[in-house]
Design a binder for this molecule. Sequence first.
Ligand code: UDP
Length: 320
Amino acid sequence: MLACITGAAGFIGSHLCDRLLQDGWEVVGVDNLATGDRRNLRDAEASARFRFVEADVAQPWDAWGEQLEGAQRPQLVLHFASPASPVHYERLALETLAVNAAGTMHAVAFATRNAATLLYASTSESYGDALEHPQRETYWGHVNPVGMRSCYDESKRYGEAYVTTAVRKLGIDGRVARIFNTYGPRMDPADGRVIPNFCVAALRGRALTVYGDGSQTRSFCFVDDLVDGIVRFATRAGLGGRVINLGNPDEYTVRRLAEVTARLARVDLRIEARPLPADDPVRRRPDISLARELLGWEPWTTLETGLERTLDYFRSAASS
Ligand code: UDP
C-alpha cells in the first residue's frame, strides 16, 4: 500500500511518515522545506519503503507528480503541507493561501486520478475566535476574513470547502480533520508557538513570555496521540465526506501552561508579559464526541508526560 504525504518534513507530517512506515506502508513524502526540515525525516529515510520529493505542491504537479506513484497507485493522499504557526504564516502569508487553495486543488486532482482516499489537514482555526465552547464540528466559526490570521484561517476554510465539494461533485473519498493545538518532539524551536517558546526559555533559564494576561485557553494534544487519530480517520472505511475534530479536550490557560512547564523543567517561574497578538482566540477546546464514536479514539498522553518528552527533545536538539 502506498501513501503520499504532502508536508512530510513538517512536525506532524514527519511523525505521520514514521507511523505509516511502522504500519507497513510504502510512503512518498513531498515538501518544499519552506517551514519543514529534512532532519525530521532521518528515521523515515532509513527505510527502503520511503521516498522524498522536494517540490512545492501549490505549483502544478505535472513535472514531478508521477514520481509520487510507485509500482502501484497510491491509496492514500494526506495533504499536510502548510505553514501552521502564526509566526510562519504571517511571514509566508501568500504562500499559505496558495498551498491551501491551489495545493488542495492539485491534491484533489491527484487523489481523483488515482481513486485514492484524501485526508485534508484542517485546523481548529476554522472556528476562529469561537463563540461556541467547546467547539463541535457543526459550529460554523467566527473568523475575521481580513485579519492577520486570515491567510491561514480562511485558506483552511477554503480547503475544507474544496474537499467537501469535490466529495459531492466528483465522488471522491475526501475527509477533513480539524486539528487542534498539537505539540511534541520535532517542533521548530523558533516557530513562535507557545510550547516551544516556553520549553526553550525554561531550559535556557529565561523568563517565559506570556501574551496578554495569560487567561486565554488552549487544549494541547501530544503528537503521537494525534497521529493515531489521523491514521484511524484516514484508513477506516465509510468516512468519506466526514469532518472530524482531533485534539485533546484538556483545557489549560496559558498562565497555567507556564507554571507546569517551569515545574517540569525544574526552574522558578519567571514571566515576561507581552502584548496579546491581534485576533488571538480567547478559548479553545475540542468536542471530540464524533472522534470517540466514529474512530474509537481519544488522546491518552497527559500534558505532564507529553511536556517531559518535549523538554527532552529540546534538550537533546540544543546539544546536537
Ligand atoms: N502565546 C504566549 N506566549 C508565547 C507564544 C504564544 O502567551 O510565547 C499564547 C498565544 O497568544 C496564544 C496561545 O499562547 O494565546 C497559543 O499560541 P500558539 O502560537 O502556540 O498557537 P495558536 O494561537 O495558533 O493556538
